[in-house]
Design a protein around this ligand. Structure first.
Ligand SMILES: CC(C)(COP(=O)(O)OP(=O)(O)OC[C@H]1O[C@@H](n2cnc3c(N)ncnc32)[C@H](O)[C@@H]1OP(=O)(O)O)[C@@H](O)C(=O)NCCC(=O)NCCS
Length: 167
């Protein structure tokens, strides 16, 4: 379970994995960007630039978080636009996968957005990204449609997925 150590909207949260390991989830900060960009380049074929992450820190729409063991091991970038939560980027370090960390991050941002009166969660995912699609389906997301050639460099389609929150 996520436990608050401070106020709901600026705080640091501690949670435990099934093996008892404690991790910290907190908002993304400028000093995280070296590690986040290194992970981004390791994980993605078309990584976000450092400037893209810097813009997230400055944007009032952006609600972005990192998960820390000793170093940063995961991050999630989201935007709240009106009553919609947009999932823009999610990544977990390869050594920390299948421990439920992405699930924790997604549940955290969704619950937080629900408290801000969001009702809909939206995202795009590569049609070939079977692990991410399985993750989102497990969390209750449905496929709404396809954006043809959305990922231009690889000419790959995106699936549009959404999740309607309970009141
Ligand atoms: C997709 C990703 C974020 C999942 O992170 P994670 O912390 O390992 O995910 P979780 O442990 O919360 O997994 C939850 C569920 O997702 C599905 N899933 C996750 N990884 C999977 C894999 N490699 N193969 C099949 N299903 C997988 C499973 O249903 C899993 O539940 P289970 O472990 O009980 O079977 C991670 O693999 C990653 O960073 N991938 C590269 C970046 C990426 O694709 N981001 C998403 C862009 S839209």
């Amino acid at each position: 379970m996520l436990r608050s150590k401070g106020s709901d909207f600026v705080s640091e949260y501690e949670f435990k994995l099934n093996d008892g390991k404690k991790l910290i989830l907190r908002p993304l900060r400028s000093e995280d960007l070296d590690q986040v960009c290194e992970m981004e380049r390791l994980i993605f074929e078309s990584p976000w630039t450092r400037l893209s992450f810097e813009k997230e820190i400055d944007s009032c729409f952006s609600h972005s978080f990192v998960v820390i063991d000793v170093k940063i091991i995961a991050y999630i970038i989201t935007w709240i636009i009106r009553d919609e939560l947009h999932i823009a980027n999610v990544a977990v370090h390869p050594s920390y996968r299948r421990y439920g960390i992405a699930t924790r991050m997604l549940n955290f941002v969704t619950e937080r957005a629900r408290q801000s009166n969001c009702r809909l969660v939206l995202l795009e995912v590569r049609k070939s990204n079977r692990q991410a699609i399985r993750l989102y389906k497990q969390l209750g997301f449905k496929i709404d449609g396809v954006r043809k050639g959305y990922y231009e460099q690889q000419n790959e389609d995106a699936l549009l997925m959404s999740y309607v929150m309970n009141q």
